[in-house]
Design a protein around this ligand. Sequence first.
Ligand SMILES: [Zn+2]
Length: 177
Amino acid sequence: MKPFNWQKELGREGHRLVFSGQPFAMHCHHYNINLQKMLEDALGSSGVEILYSAAEESGFHNFSFMLAQFTNIKTLKSKIEMASVIYQNCGLGIIHFQEIGPQGGRIVSPASHHVTGWLAKHGKRDTPGCHFLCGWIAGVMAAVFNHHTGFYHVNELSCKMMRCKECVFEVTVKNDD
Ligand SMILES: [Zn+2]
């Protein structure tokens, strides 16, 4: 059984940042929020979809890869706890999975990199704006329940970018009729 050691699994190899053997990019809020603003302004809902899909795919592949290496992480509780801890350790924010099951569930985020970054650069929004986290949750949920990407749909019901108390996400099974 391979033990999980954060100091070993998340760190640098030369100039690269690596998580469980997978290189990843880390950007400040200037980059991430400008990227989001540019995509939303230039492409509207298609731009939102690009952000969501990219986060869903990378979240799915990263989390599936990690679960395949650490087979002692096998219960639903330990998997979603690990997802929360990864999100936090990568500097992306605090997320609490609630009422999670194969049909979906609810996730609450009281603080996040994207919210702080958006409010600092652009102030209050009129619509929910945590598109990256929506996609990331969809990817991680698919990995946890052994589905493909696109199986779940994540909708943000309230968002701190709109000055709501916290960001609340609803996960449902996507219905492609
Ligand atoms: Zn939000």
